[in-house]
Design a protein around this ligand. Structure first.
Ligand code: EPS
Length: 402
């Protein structure tokens, strides 16, 4: 996975109620123009969405750049970002009390046993979805690289909350228009009727002191064929995406393209027929056209030139105002689980987080393929690859010499 084997990787650190979150991105080439407005804009969007809790009224997440950037451009050294927590109180025992009644669905029980304590707070402070702010910051930095060097763009939105689902189709032709629709939606979905239905589902859950989850989608446009690799399981792009997405708090499933529907139809119904359209040879697809995209833009663990389409499923948040049947870890007696300030629904935020987790993996896999220490070198490598791929088949002697 990117952390272990790829050059472009990141590490986050920080507790939910500690002084802040630290993000270190390793392997960024020199010369990436850091769009701090983009980073801060998506950090703000992550904080929003109908159904969020009180914490987001306290925080105004913005990133400070501590290392790796000079005059707005990366140097090739590790880039460190810092997102400050205003609600910093980790060492205040009164305002951050122990939690002895684990919440079903949270890390509380398993973590307390693992780290040999009965105070779930030692686990939950790091397990908290507060950390997703760090993931968004890293992904936004990756988007700066993707845009500048590869002209690759990502688009994330909410497909469904509980049973309120938008059927709007996202294509290469319409996605830019849908950005405005998504940004006008309180739940980050794509049409007004679904926004209203999702708001109603969240409102009903709030009245019931309950929570709701849903499905979020990310589409990646502009990938050429060949990012990722079929040579080793850990280089497969779909495997990398799945690992990155399952690493997001509260995600329970990932689907690429048709996803689980692939098990319910025949091969001739599923696979996307291949055509060649010489008029599209300058597009990232290099002219290899598919009229359907059930593969979700990956075949054999590599991009195939079609948009990469990923769906992630977030479970309902495990902190319920009404509590859930649990126990007191000190006495083992039956008790309702503890309540911590939380969200009724964070699916909208999860859509932002997944988009950025996906962006980082795509950028990391693209750097694995094209390499380079500076954006100039990486860009040259990329253009040369496209030019050569367009001339296929190569002359045999040329192939031998290359
Ligand atoms: C979150 C911050 C957290 C929670 C939520 C998401 O802050 P606090 O615990 O202080 O309210 O609101 O985290 C969870 C739902 C969770 O289970 O950890 C954030 O910034 O996204």
């Amino acid at each position: 996975m990117s952390m272990l084997r790829s050059r472009l990787a990141y590490q986050t650190a920080g507790e939910s109620h500690g002084p802040g979150l630290v993000i270190t991105v390793l392997g960024m080439p020199a010369g990436v123009t850091v769009d701090l407005d983009l980073i801060n804009d998506v950090l703000k969007r992550r904080q929003g969405g109908y159904g969020r809790g009180g914490r987001q009224k306290i925080e105004t997440d913005t990133a400070d750049i501590l290392t790796g950037v000079r005059q707005g451009r990366t140097l090739g050294s590790p880039v460190t970002l810092f997102v400050k927590n205003k609600d910093s109180r980790l060492d205040d025992a009164e305002r951050t009390p122990p939690v002895y009644r684990p919440r079903p669905g949270h890390a509380d029980l398993a973590g307390s046993v693992k780290w040999l304590t009965t105070d779930c707070r030692d686990t939950l402070e790091r397990a908290s979805a507060r950390e997703t702010a760090a993931r968004v910051a890293a992904g936004a930095l990756a988007r700066c690289l993707l845009r500048q060097v590869f002209e690759i763009e990502t688009f994330g939105f909410v497909r469904q909350i509980l049973d309120a689902r938008t059927e709007v189709e996202v294509t290469e032709a319409n996605w830019r228009d849908l950005v405005a629709a998504r940004d006008a939606s309180d739940t980050y979905t794509l049409d007004d009727a679904t926004t209203e239905a999702q708001r109603a589902a969240i409102r009903a859950a709030k009245v019931d002191k309950d929570t709701v989850g849903g499905h979020v989608e990310t589409h990646v446009f502009g990938c050429p064929p060949g990012i990722g690799s079929s040579m080793n399981w850990y280089e497969r792009l779909d495997a990398r995406l799945a690992a990155a997405i399952m690493g997001i708090q509260a995600f329970k499933a990932v689907q690429i393209g048709a996803g689980t529907r692939a098990g319910e139809v025949t091969g001739s119904q599923l696979h996307d027929p291949i055509r060649f359209d010489a008029s599209k040879v300058d597009a990232p697809s290099l002219g290899f056209v598919r009229d359907t995209n059930n593969a979700g833009g990956t075949e054999g663990g590599m991009t195939n030139g079609q948009p990469v389409v990923v769906t992630g499923t977030m479970k309902p948040i495990s902190t319920l105002l009404r509590g859930m049947p649990s126990i007191d870890l000190n006495t083992k007696e039956a008790q309702q689980s503890d309540y911590e300030r939380s969200d009724v629904c964070a699916v909208s935020a999860a859509g932002v987080v997944m988009e950025h987790a996906v962006a980082f993996e795509i950028a990391s896999a693209a750097m694995d393929k094209f390499g380079g220490d500076s954006v100039t070198e990486t860009g040259d490598n990329y253009r040369r690859f496209l030019e050569t791929a367009r001339t296929l088949p190569l002359d045999p002697p040329e192939q031998t010499l290359a």
